[in-house]
Design a protein around this ligand. Sequence first.
Ligand SMILES: NC(=O)C1=CN([C@@H]2O[C@H](COP(=O)(O)OP(=O)(O)OC[C@H]3O[C@@H](n4cnc5c(N)ncnc54)[C@H](O)[C@@H]3O)[C@@H](O)[C@H]2O)C=CC1
Ligand SMILES: O=C(O)C(=O)Cc1ccc(O)cc1
Length: 305
Amino acid sequence: MMFRRLALIGTGLIGGSLALALRERGEVGEVVGYSRRLDTRLAAERLGLIDRPADSIAEAVAGADLVFVATPVKAMDAVLGELAACLPGDALVTDGGSVKGAVVERARAHLSAGQLARFVPGHPIAGRERSGPEAATADLYRGHRVILTPIEENRAEDVARIEAMWQATGARIERLEVAHHDHVLAATSHLPHAAAYAMVSALARLAERYEVFRYAAGGFRDFTRIASSDPVMWRDICLDNRDEILVMLDHYRAELDCLRDMLESADGEKIEHYFHEAKAVRDALYPVAQANGANPVSEADETGR
Ligand SMILES: NC(=O)C1=CN([C@@H]2O[C@H](COP(=O)(O)OP(=O)(O)OC[C@H]3O[C@@H](n4cnc5c(N)ncnc54)[C@H](O)[C@@H]3O)[C@@H](O)[C@H]2O)C=CC1
Ligand SMILES: O=C(O)C(=O)Cc1ccc(O)cc1
């Protein structure tokens, strides 16, 4: 057993799924959960994500040797502030936030030098558009990537323990530098979410929106699935990674302008070539339908294809 007691701060999709996965593998003794809202804590207990709910962060982390912070990223400011006052000396801390630079800044602002050394930032690249405790599953991370962004204060053996913890969930672990993580994720995750929200808004603002949505095809559904994601979580991600996302939005807008120009000049050859190139890129990324939505590149690696 890797950890005696896990304290979950945030008992929703990401925290709850980690607890279920570690328990299923017998890697954790007891799971105690704190979330801001009482009903989420009680739901987490009812659903078997946690053994018992705690009424405060201090109560949750008492006696814990692992603390997992899985709240929206801006809420981590207050959470880390409270943790600084009550963290047991031997506890390791990690998180699942979608942005790393802002979270590391918050950790540096609140934690003591000793506590900071034991904070190993991380980000599972797995999730879904429905969050909350009800959405948690033991296999959420299986076959998916988890990115750790260790900071220079971390000790190698602590990073290795967090890596082993994620490995137990069936995930594949990679390490990236903090700023590089935020740059890459702005492109691969944050821009698509922003684009999906904007696409739905664009159609919703049309006078004929009812008719438009009535005849919406699978393409609209596929393109916009992630616009059902949690607005608070995505507000926080957008603000916390604002500079990188602004650059990516401009990059995407330039591409839309480019397509618009081709269409305005009715240049069929150019349009076809443009679509061919994009299709080739996507077909290479997703050669077969992915049953569980796992990253196809990682699955291909695992099966040796
Ligand atoms: N939903 C997804 O697909 C993914 C989310 N993430 C990240 O994981 C984190 C958690 O996301 P989810 O589990 O999806 O959200 P969720 O909404 O399912 O769970 C969030 C939990 O945090 C609690 N919470 C909110 N504000 C709080 C506060 N101020 N103090 C204490 N608890 C508070 C909520 O009560 C809830 O228990 C976020 O930082 C998100 O960016 C990372 C990868 C994927
Ligand atoms: O729903 C989806 O497909 C996602 O893209 C989930 C997701 C959301 C946020 C992350 O930081 C990582 C993964």
